[in-house]
Design a protein around this ligand. Structure first.
Ligand code: SF4
Length: 458
């Protein structure tokens, strides 16, 4: 690719620019009647074009989250998003499933159950055979998008990742030719993403957590996510954390340059001014869309939230999480994200961190992309039939008894507490609202050629 990289000064400016824009709109909000009038005008202009919102207009909509929660204006934003969702994605919804491959992690994110210093947490890493077994089970259910996720486990990255991606892509493609594979792990470098693309990777998801660098450094004090990894996938020397932060901000660009789809998102409510972090996602995504206009695939806009963790005694939410009503605002935020980006360029990702009704509302209003049947522990889908999972499905296990593992034992090691419902129940819920499941490949912006790994297996 001959396009110049986006300068690092852009990444360093995102949060402060967004906060300034949000605070200036806040200071000039005026009366509820004036704000409602401006929001009606913004929505009319947005629906009359295919382009996204200016940062200033997106900030006006974000005033409705907490500062001016005007019920009629909030409803108008959701109604506008529904109209936009309908004209861009019709009744289609794409379902994805995360497959956790390792809960060993060398990073220390204060909000996460898998942080390295959480000694109460059971840990597991699965084998290549285990991912192939899970791939068959999940592909047969009708999923077409499979996400490999896990902790920052550098041994796993070096020794297992390429084989797991190849195995997952081959098994799922054999059942569903539309199968696509994404990765949500520590950010790597462009050459790693290019090599993994040849193994069958389609997409890289990187959640920023927060664009506010000092807050990022507070919550992520050590490990690969703080200090970054080098081109040999080794932990960088301890530094002032700016390497890990910047690498995380650039991960989407590196993936796009490698020919992959990218996902971005911030943890809703981690920053005191949560709205500025959300605006940062919009500013970042719009820049990527503008800069890589000829090649970019739709951006997947994640909406993570700080949920409880299973090891309650090590949960820091009570003392460290700023107040923010995630479930009350999830649908509105999904609507703002959809409206903010140009038509067809954003797949807002509704996930299981909110209850299934809120998640389904969000799908109906704004989300083309959503997760069902989420289990966030390595090997968890192998126990869906109620049988114990043989130990040889695990490469490493720590903190659990010897022998085959029960479903409860596996789920005791989940990354965080979340809502669980079957894929079938979710699909029935979507269909009850007139939506139908389609492969996400159907809504890509550019044709995606077959992967060498899949062609070789045929
Ligand atoms: S959020 Fe990811 S990197 Fe951070 S502790 Fe959890 S698993 Fe590790």
């Amino acid at each position: 690719m001959h396009v110049q990289e986006i300068p690092t000064s852009f990444y360093r400016s995102i949060y402060q620019t967004s906060e300034n824009v949000y605070l200036s709109r806040s200071a000039e909000a005026g009366s509820g009647e004036e704000l409602t009038g401006r929001i009606d005008d913004i929505l009319d202009r947005r629906l009359a074009t295919t382009g996204g919102l200016s940062l200033s207009d997106a900030a006006e909509l974000l005033l409705l989250v907490r500062e001016h929660p005007l019920p009629e204006a909030r409803k108008a934003v959701k109604d506008a998003a529904r109209a936009l969702r309908h004209r861009t994605f019709g009744h289609g919804v794409a379902t994805m499933v995360p497959i956790e491959v390792t809960s060993f992690c060398s990073s220390t994110c204060r909000f996460c159950g898998w942080r390295a210093d959480n000694k109460a947490m059971a840990r597991m890493a699965i084998t290549g055979a285990a991912i192939r077994e899970q791939a068959k089970v999940l592909a047969a259910k009708g999923f077409s998008h499979f996400e490999i996720a896990g902790g920052d486990d550098l041994k796993f990255l070096k020794d297992n990742l390429a084989e797991l991606i190849r195995g997952l892509k081959q098994e799922t493609s054999a059942v569903n030719p539309d199968a696509r594979v994404s990765l949500c792990l520590v950010p790597m470098h462009q050459e790693h993403y290019e090599a993994l693309r040849d193994d069958g990777l389609d997409c890289v998801l990187t959640w920023q957590e927060t664009y506010k660098e000092d807050l990022y450094n507070h919550h992520i004090p050590a490990g690969p996510k703080a200090w970054g990894i080098d081109h040999d996938l080794r932990l960088q020397k301890k530094n002032d954390n700016s390497v890990g932060w910047l690498h995380r901000m650039q991960s989407q660009e590196l993936a796009i340059r490698a020919g992959l789809q990218a996902g971005l998102g911030t943890m809703i409510g981690l920053a005191e001014i949560a709205e500025a972090d959300i605006l940062s996602v919009i500013m970042h995504g719009q820049k990527l869309i503008e800069h890589y206009a000829d090649t970019i695939q739709p951006l997947i806009i994640g909406m993570p939230a700080w949920n409880a963790i299973p090891t309650e005694e090590t949960d820091r939410r009570a003392t460290e999480r700023p107040p923010f009503e995630v479930e009350q605002n999830f649908e509105l935020l999904s609507a703002i994200y959809l409206l903010a980006f140009p038509d067809n360029h954003a797949w807002v990702f509704a996930n299981g961190r909110v209850n299934p009704t809120v998640q389904t509302d969000c799908v109906e209003t704004a989300s083309f992309f959503t997760s069902t049947l989420v289990q966030i522990a390595p090997g968890a889908y192998l126990g869906l039939d109620g049988n114990k999972v043989p130990r040889d499905m695990f490469d490493r296990v720590r903190g659990l008894p010897d022998g085959a593992l029960s479903r409860d034992e596996i789920l005791s090691g989940e990354q965080f507490v979340h809502y669980l419902d079957s894929h079938e129940n979710f699909v029935a819920g979507f269909e009850a609202r007139g939506m139908n499941v389609i492969p996400d490949r159907a809504k890509l912006l550019h044709a995606d050629p077959p992967h060498p790994a899949v062609v070789a297996a045929e």
